[in-house]
Design a protein around this ligand. Structure first.
Ligand SMILES: Nc1ncnc2c1ncn2[C@@H]1O[C@H](COP(=O)(O)OP(=O)(O)OP(=O)(O)O)[C@@H](O)[C@H]1O
Ligand SMILES: [Mg+2]
Length: 167
């Protein structure tokens, strides 16, 4: 029997950029203001593709979505709820988030999607939905994707998502 406080996780395979994008798009309706989605995996694995799907899923019309590698954060406010897309790749220290005021978006009126979250240190809340993307050797378009809930709020989100899309 699954313990009540056990973390929920879900492992999937994506066979194309489109499938990864669609996964983000399908998750989108389950996301609520203040929630944080951490996107993990090496360069070029599909973190921004997944983020684009989430933004589309919010109903943002024809969004031009780029990786916020140089800007730290891109915001998309025309959808159901705002999306703050972070990329901490070039963050020199977690303190930079406090100094730039971007920290408040991690617990704001919208959803925060965070690439390279580990560089954000303690600014990343404990309750978050973690998406791990992994390249697969046998095929350049294949990705192993794990969705993992850390904390009760994320668990509820992932639970709802799984129920909607049973394997
Ligand atoms: N199954 C797949 N899912 C996602 N992307 C895929 C897949 N197969 C191939 N790709 C390709 O992998 C690349 C993913 O790029 P993306 O910018 O999303 O990576 P990233 O993880 O955000 O990298 P970075 O850390 O540099 O920001 C795209 O060129 C995309 O076409
Ligand atoms: Mg990216």
């Amino acid at each position: 029997m699954m313990a009540k406080d056990e973390g929920l996780n879900w492992v999937l395979m994506s066979r194309s950029e489109l499938e990864t994008q669609q996964l983000g798009e399908r998750l989108s309706p389950f996301l609520i203001p203040g929630c944080v989605v951490e996107l993990n995996g090496e360069l070029g694995v599909g973190k921004s593709v997944f983020a684009r799907g989430v933004v589309w899923g919010m109903g943002v019309e024809d969004p031009y979505i780029t990786s916020p590698t140089f800007t730290l954060m891109n915001t998309y406010t025309e959808g159901r709820i705002p999306v703050y897309h972070f990329d901490f790749y070039r963050l020199s220290s977690p303190d930079e988030l406090g100094l730039t005021g971007t920290d408040e978006y991690l617990d704001g009126a919208g959803v925060a999607l965070v690439e390279w979250a580990e560089r954000g240190g303690d600014w990343i809340p404990a309750d978050r939905l973690v998406v791990e993307l992994l390249h697969q050797e046998e095929n350049p378009d294949l990705r192993h994707i794990e969705l993992r809930a850390e904390g009760p709020r994320s668990r509820e989100i992932l639970h709802g998502f799984r129920q909607r899309y049973p394997d």
